[in-house]
Design a protein around this ligand. Sequence first.
Ligand code: APR
Length: 238
Amino acid sequence: MSAPPLIVLTGAGISAESGLATFRDNNGLWERHRVEEVATPEAFAADPALVHRFYNARRAQLADPAIQPNAAHRALGQLFANWKAPALLVTQNVDDLHDRAMPGSDALLHMHGELKKVRCTACGQRRAWAGDLSTGTPCPACGATGMLRPDIVWFGEMPLGMDRIEDALQDCRLFLSIGTSGQVYPAAGFVAALRGRAERIELNLEPSLGSHLFEEARHGPATLLVPKRVEELLARWG
Ligand code: APR
């Protein structure tokens, strides 16, 4: 039998052992602000300097040499390099650890945007961005000042790549959900959409909200669970 079309969905839990905090750590607080209060278009309109500080700190973290892809990111790199059917890695993460573990792959889709990109709200251009962003930073393309924003999908905004994701969900026969609490839609709804059509596997530190919708759920740290499950999948289908 040939390998089944695959979707892997990842969340903050896969990057936790690389040293990046998950969203709902620390009671979901950052400098006494609820994360939802710095990750909305309304928050950016009300206090852009605060929102820039939040994302500048997280962008700077990615430049720290101590922050590297872990065994789970690397195992997924192996899985995607060897999978003999259509495969899409949909990540909710805005870090670049999957990118580093599977460089140049066009199977990776950042549905919630990327820390290392900015977008100009005046001219619409997206570009790679490594340093800090402030309310005075001019857009290198159109010159407008104060119009650059992190290329991040905030609460209330439409995730990126939904057409491609919908197409992949139609064809998907094997679904892995890794390191996500299952609280944020539309990603949290993929497993229910695949009921009866795809084999559904959860790999997470603890049961997610939608754990009961998976046929198989293994609970523990991603760096242990993911390499083992990838090895099993490649032994069967690789
Ligand atoms: N290995 C596996 N899973 C882990 C690990 C680990 N080492 N550490 C934590 N987890 C699990 C947690 O148990 C939790 O269920 O990862 C999950 C992380 O959940 P969240 O912090 O809610 O992150 P995520 O699901 O990615 O959040 C979705 O919410 O804030 C928004 O846009 C943001 O993309 C984010 C979205």
